[in-house]
Each structure stands twice: as C-alpha cells, then as structure tokens.
Design a protein around this ligand. Sequence first.
Ligand SMILES: CC(C)(COP(=O)(O)OP(=O)(O)OC[C@H]1O[C@@H](n2cnc3c(N)ncnc32)[C@H](O)[C@@H]1OP(=O)(O)O)[C@@H](O)C(=O)NCCC(=O)NCCS
Length: 174
Amino acid sequence: MGSRRHARLAPLSLRIITEPTTEILSQLYQVEVSAHQEPWTQDDIASTFSDNTRCIGLYLKEELIGFAVICVVVDEADLYTIGVCKKYQGLGFGTKLLAASLRECVKMGATRCFLEVRVSNEVALHLYDRFGFTITGTRKNYYQGSHGNPPEDAYTMVCDLTQQPFEDIEAASA
Ligand SMILES: CC(C)(COP(=O)(O)OP(=O)(O)OC[C@H]1O[C@@H](n2cnc3c(N)ncnc32)[C@H](O)[C@@H]1OP(=O)(O)O)[C@@H](O)C(=O)NCCC(=O)NCCS
C-alpha cells in the first residue's frame, strides 16, 4: 500500500463491480470496516447486488480504496453507501467517487437522488452540499447504535440530478 503523499499521484480508476466474488466481497468489506463507524457485514454488502443497483469501486492502481452503492428505480436513485478507506480520506477521492456514482444514476435514468446521513457527519454533509444535496427532513434514531455508539438521527437529503455540473465540482476540488 502506498503512502497518502503518493496517493494523489498514483493512477486512479473507477470501475463498476459486477461480480461479487468472494475475493471482491472481502475487499469491499475491508474498505467498509476502514471507512465506517458502524460497518455493514460482508453479507450486507453481498445483498446489495441486484439488477437495480450498481457498486462503483475506486481503485488506486489495483487496490480497492473506496466504493459506493447506488440503487435506481425508474427515475429515482438512492445512494445506499459511500466510503473511502480511512488513510485515503481528505484527498479528493470521495468527491470523485460521488461524481462517478451520480453520473451512473443519471445514466440509469434517475433525475433525483436521495440519501440518509448522520447528523454529526460534517465531512459527508459538506460533500453532499457541494453536489447540491439539500436536507428534506430528519429521521429520529435512524442509526440504531452498535460498536459502542449510541443511536443517532439521520438527515434525509435529495439532489436534483438534472442540474448537476459534476465535472465542475470535481475540478474545483482537485
Ligand atoms: C465522506 C467521505 C466519502 C468523503 O470522502 P473524502 O475522500 O474524505 O472527501 P474529499 O477529500 O473528496 O473531500 C470532500 C470535501 O470535504 C472536505 N473534507 C474532507 N475531509 C475533511 C475533514 N477531515 N474535515 C473537514 N473537511 C473535510 C474537503 O475539503 C472537501 O471539500 P471541498 O471540496 O470544499 O474542498 C469519506 O470521508 C468517508 O469515507 N467517510 C466515512 C464514511 C462516511 O461517512 N460515508 C458517508 C456516509 S452517508
């Protein structure tokens, strides 16, 4: 694994992961555990693969360092999850991953994207705000609490995908 300093210079690629092989699921799970305070299990990740969902992987050389899962039904998308390995956070990779994920939503026919986010997750809230997501409400104790964490409310957010200059947002954060 390379250092954070070299990560920005290393070849980055975004790939749709179609085959949830045992090896891929294990890699996704390692990213999940590194990124999230209440990680999904490997089975949770496996169960997201369906005709309506896409798993977008972010690779640094050949190493999976982040992924997002979107679900599109007719013209509405949901961002199920997005995360970047802890050691590579804050380097602009989450911005690239979100842009790619929203582009995929558009490609699949979505005009709006919905998500939930912890009310305390300032980095994610900032990221979503940059992409034009707005808060539509609060879900009380949406995150039930595990791994020693207390329950926490979620903001529900929505983004109009027809208005998004994703390239501009990526370029500004590069
Ligand atoms: C949320 C997450 C995907 C963002 O990815 P990232 O690679 O860390 O974010 P980026 O480097 O692209 O930065 C996105 C924005 O947040 C800001 N930011 C990043 N890390 C920050 C930090 N620690 N403190 C304050 N701002 C920060 C960046 O400056 C950037 O804003 P800008 O474009 O206005 O400059 C990533 O931090 C992550 O995996 N977090 C844990 C999992 C999670 O919370 N997922 C979301 C659940 S809904």
